[in-house]
Design a protein around this ligand. Structure first.
Ligand code: 13P
Ligand code: SF4
Length: 349
């Protein structure tokens, strides 16, 4: 078995050999041992935009999770191949909405609301759901452009059907002035719309999905921080619940969190509610600031963490040897149907 240093030098050799034929995008939640080899780092929107803009790379080794690699595949040409260094790097939230459940929900919603709904899907979803969204005139969103796209959607139709993350949907609609009582939750297990309102008042239908990592941050954590560090500002990811976002000072995508801390004055104090690898990296990069995780036990995304040095090397070596492992390939039909929803996402900076 190779030592860490041996693996690192092998990766550098392969990267040098393949040059611009190889592109390694790395999501901000990736481990340091992986992110050091990324050609670009970013939030979901940036990585999708960069993959779409790259016309040179024949091999895209996506250091992130499965839905990101699928999205990159749908946004690149047939000659460009996308790989995921470990197939177990999924996303529990994306798994909470499957296409069969979605196809089942739609006629129920049509019956209740007629032609007044437009679907919006968080990029953290399967390619099949992105295709469903495209088919019905909707759009994909990320945590950094959700507000703009929800606004656009309300100009198209009276109601939005937001899936699979109820929290991002609720937080975004609330920020745009939709009262909480006008939001209903679609339960895909019972096929029941959870609300006590009459249908005409419903403006937002939220799929009952969530991120298990961001559920690890609670209002109790914000209260503990307020008590122990009265001057500390709390910033969280909008995948946290409405209560947590309301109790925090600010919320935004991983890029927004990074930019906010970068622009904060020296000596300022912050509690961050997002994935552990990113929080630890921010702590290391800002020794002049007091930074803690909002949950002192930290919250790792186990699937993001599946991508590690050995898997990255394994993937790169397989490309070098001309027998690449773990290609992520979305079928042409799905990809074509998803295009319009992805294009709207890319266009909304
Ligand atoms: P962003 O980096 O787009 O904020 O997304 C966070 C996330 O959960 C990715 O899975
Ligand atoms: Fe999915 Fe949550 Fe992990 Fe992001 S942090 S990849 S939403 S499980």
């Amino acid at each position: 078995t190779l030592s860490k240093t041996d693996m690192e030098s092998r990766i550098l050799v392969i990267k040098k050999k393949l040059g611009s034929k190889l592109f390694i995008p790395g999501h901000h939640y990736q481990k340091d041992e992986v992110i050091q080899f990324a050609d670009a780092t970013g939030d979901s929107l940036q990585l999708a935009q960069l993959s779409a803009a790259n016309k040179e790379a024949e091999h895209i080794v996506f250091c992130g999770v499965h839905f990101m690699a699928e999205t990159a595949d749908m946004l690149t040409t047939d000659k460009q191949h996308v790989y995921l260094p470990d197939m177990r790097a999924g996303c529990s939230m994306a798994d909470m909405a499957d296409i069969y459940q979605t196809e089942q929900a739609w006629p129920f919603l049509q019956q209740l609301f007629g032609d007044t709904i437009i679907p919006l899907t968080y990029v953290n979803s399967t390619a099949a759901i992105k295709a469903f969204t495209g088919r019905h005139g909707g759009a994909c969103v990320t945590s950094s452009n959700a507000k703009g796209i929800v606004k656009w959607a309300f100009n198209q139709k009276k109601r939005i059907f937001f899936l699979p993350d109820q929290h991002l949907g609720r937080n975004t609609a609330y920020d745009l002035g939709v009262p909480l009582e006008n939001m209903a939750v679609w339960n895909p297990h019972t096929n029941i719309l959870e609300t006590d309102q009459s249908p005409e008042n419903i403006q937002v239908i939220l799929w009952k999905g969530h991120c298990s990592v961001h559920e690890g941050f609670t209002v109790q954590h914000t209260e503990m921080v307020r008590q122990a560090h009265p001057n500390m500002r709390i910033i969280v990811h909008p995948e946290c619940s409405r209560e947590v976002v309301a109790a925090a000072d600010d919320a935004g995508s991983t890029k927004y969190i990074i930019d906010t801390i970068n622009n904060a004055p020296s000596g300022s104090a912050w509690a961050i509610g997002t994935e552990m690898n990113l929080v630890n990296r921010i702590i290391k990069q800002h020794p002049d600031k007091q930074i803690i995780s909002l949950n002192k036990n930290f919250c790792p995304c186990l699937t993001m963490n599946r991508i590690d040095l050995p898997h990255l090397l394994w993937s790169l070596e397989s490309i070098e040897q001309g027998k690449p492992h773990n290609r992520i390939q979305v079928d042409a039909h799905t990809s074509v149907e998803a295009q319009s929803s992805l294009e709207r996402m890319l266009a909304q900076g």
